[in-house]
Design a protein around this ligand. Structure first.
Ligand code: PAF
Length: 310
């Protein structure tokens, strides 16, 4: 089976490296020729929290160089989905499928606008992986991937099971889920609580547990998100605070993806996370003041760089 991973960020590099080490026919896909040349030459460095380190050479190319694949995994930031979607007609073979493992809402819809919904899969990655440089990641070695068939898709259960098996064989704990839409929202509950606060305070995930005022806001954002999901007709299992606590503990040393974006001076995914919760909350009549407040603060954070003193 030929696999493509679109996006050489933290998650993309991790998936590509582990699949390659497991002997899969996998390529990374990027749209920047300069980065393609460097990563092709230098490979991917995978570091562990215990200080271990290995170098994995993964084939990498622009979409036409990689060509048609059986499985295309989208691992770009939510604000890059529209650009990544343009590559799908080149990357998806006849009968091929595409899986999004991105944060936030709206990614599936963006991909379906170009590729149609029939061959799309949705998923979430709860992996503690940090990008510390181009092609350089630190993998905490835990977490899980859930994948499933979203509304409108015709991908079969057998295909989902086969893909889950490939990911598991590469050392990635992957489970097929029937209720993938609820799983996406369960991830959103976590991201809405952890990502903006870690980015604003510039702390690792575990620090939120040590900062009572920040924890209170994180729990409030997560609780509002769960209330919006419920109003949208989804059944999320468990208590948002308990879920947040579990992920903050499991990824305590990890820098959230939004913190990594802020530190690198990149745009953040706030529009696909808390902003979407606030917008949908307004439509459904669910109050989401904390999500709105955090959205505005993260928006201001990006814009304030140019105006800062000292
Ligand atoms: O976006 C992230 O950083 C991750 O989804 C998570 C699970 C919050 C861990 O840092």
């Amino acid at each position: 089976m030929k696999l493509a991973i679109v996006g050489p960020g933290a998650l993309g590099c991790l998936l590509a490296a582990l699949l390659r080490e497991a002997g899969e026919d996998v390529s990374l896909v990027d749209y920047r020729p300069d980065r393609v040349a460097r990563l092709g030459r230098d490979g991917i460095q995978v570091h562990t929290l215990e200080g271990g380190h290995r170098l994995v050479k993964v084939p990498i190319g622009l979409p036409p160089e990689v060509g048609a694949c059986d499985v295309t995994i989208i691992a770009v930031k939510a604000y890059q989905t529209a650009t990544a979607a343009q590559a799908l007609p080149v990357l998806m073979s006849a009968g091929g499928l595409a899986l999004t493992l991105q944060n936030g809402l709206g990614n599936l819809e963006e991909l379906a606008r170009v590729a149609g919904p029939e061959r799309l899969l949705a998923g979430v990655g709860l992996l503690g992986v940090t990008r510390t440089g181009e092609g350089r990641i630190v993998y905490a070695g835990q977490g899980a991937i859930f994948i499933g068939v979203p509304a409108g898709s015709r991908v079969s259960g057998t295909e989902v099971a086969a893909l889950a098996e490939i990911l598991r064989h590469a050392g990635l704990p992957c489970q097929a889920r029937e209720d993938i839409e609820a799983v996406l929202w369960e991830k959103l509950v976590i991201n809405a609580g952890i990502n903006p606060l870690t980015a604003l305070l510039r702390v690792p995930n575990g620090a939120l547990l040590e900062l009572p005022p920040a924890w209170e806001l994180a729990v409030a954002a997560a609780t509002e998100t769960q209330a919006v999901a419920t109003a949208a007709g989804l059944t999320l299992t468990g208590d948002p605070e308990a879920r947040l606590r579990q992920v903050c503990t499991a990824t305590a040393a990890n820098r959230s993806s939004m913190l990594q974006d802020v530190l690198a001076g990149r745009p953040t995914e706030i529009e696909a996370l808390n902003a979407q919760v606030a917008k949908l909350g307004q439509t459904l009549g669910v109050p989401t003041p904390v999500n709105h407040f955090l959205t505005q603060l993260v928006r201001a954070l990006g814009a304030a760089v140019a105006l800062r003193v000292g």
